[in-house]
Design a protein around this ligand. Structure first.
Ligand code: ZN
Length: 364
């Protein structure tokens, strides 16, 4: 409550939570001793004695969030409220597991070296990976990275002796947007991570929906064309073969093309590039249509790399939804682009690490 509503008085905490004042007071004393909160004041009075206010001590420690994309690694150091202090970007040239693992370790080392001093130091590491992660943290399959059954989590834990949390990058992105981005005011959110592949993070009733084994959200592999283009998952006609960054680049027939170079061409009104974005936008819209009809969300957030091309993707996406999605489902439903841009996933896993740390302290 203090993290969410700070600054707040002891009396207000008692009132909102329904806990008695004695309980609140002893819990607050513990948190003060742990340096997780601090006092200031006195605050505004509504008549009587002016109350002392409690604040969350967001610099009691720091969290590390790492987004392992298909062609990049983005590492951030955040305070306990998810503000980014330091960020590092590395390109992945060779997606071989041991190479990427070394890059991740190197990234963590640099962040730890530059981390300010604090009571708890680094509280944990969150890893977001573009693949299927089981509940024990094993990456079962990351088709775009070429990984099968890799144990990244335990490897990193051994090196740094820190708690490590690993999560699918779309799930992490959904959580990041819910915590500190475009989704803060909504409880039923679909986050579309549109990068080299496509992943979907599902927030239902305010919580990340992970499925029975943690594998939910592989909607990049929903089939939108019968007998369509072959996909790296072994199937055909998958959504990401029509609407991803990978497909956008492939359709240019230019091995040198990058998303950034295409955005540049679109800015110059290059006709072919504009048509490509139009096609990708339409296909994004078709997939989103299927998802909206399934989940009836309040909000759809489009994030990850393709969100950079919002200027050209937004219209065809909206048009396709308007023309195809059941009209009941369009009521009170908003489509937005990510507020955290490329940081959704890294901030999401950092937030998981913080949540884990706070729960751990409160329980012990
Ligand atoms: Zn597929």
């Amino acid at each position: 409550m203090i993290m969410e509503k700070e600054p707040i008085s002891r009396a207000d905490i008692a009132q909102v939570t329904g806990l008695n004042k004695g309980t609140v007071s002893s819990m607050v004393n513990e948190l003060l001793e742990e340096d997780l909160i601090y006092e200031s004041g006195p605050g505004e009075s509504s008549g009587g004695r002016r109350p002392v206010l409690l604040h969350f001590n967001k610099v009691a420690g720091y969290a590390i969030g790492i987004d392992i994309g298909v062609n990049y690694i983005l590492s951030v150091l955040t305070d306990l409220k998810g503000n980014i202090l330091i960020e590092k970007n590395q390109l992945i040239q060779d997606s071989n597991f041991s190479v990427v693992k070394e890059l991740v370790i190197a990234g963590i080392c640099t962040l730890l070296k530059e981390m300010p001093k604090s009571r708890y130091g680094a509280v944990g590491v969150g890893l977001g990976v573009a693949g299927i992660v089981d509940k024990e943290g094993m990456v079962l399959l990351a088709p775009n990275l070429g990984w099968k059954y890799v144990t990244l989590k335990s490897g990193i834990e051994e090196v740094f002796k820190l708690p490590v949390i690993i999560e699918n990058e779309a799930n992490a992105g959904a959580y990041g947007e819910k915590q500190s981005g475009a989704g803060q005011d909504h409880e039923n959110i679909i986050y579309i991570s549109a990068g080299i592949g496509i992943g979907v993070g599902i927030i239902l009733n305010g919580e990340l929906y992970q499925g029975n084994n943690g594998y939910s959200g592989e909607l990049g592999h929903m089939i939108i064309e019968v007998n369509g283009r072959p996909c790296s998952c072994g199937s055909r006609g998958c959504w990401e073969m029509y609407a991803s960054e990978h497909t956008l680049l492939k359709l240019t027939n230019n091995p040198q093309a990058t998303l950034e170079s295409l955005i540049q061409l679109a800015e110059e009104n290059d006709k072919e590039t504009l048509e490509l974005f139009e096609e990708i936008g339409c296909y994004l819209g078709y997939g989103i249509n299927n998802i909206i009809n399934t989940f009836n969300p309040q909000q759809v957030i489009i994030g990850n790399r393709l969100a950079k091309a919002k200027k050209w993707l937004e219209k065809p996406i909206r048009r396709t939804i308007e023309n195809h999605t059941l009209s009941f489902h369009q009521n009170e439903m908003e489509v937005r682009f990510s507020a955290l841009s490329i940081y959704s996933s890294a901030l999401g896993v950092a937030a998981f690490a913080v949540e884990h740390f706070i729960k751990d302290i409160v329980i012990n």
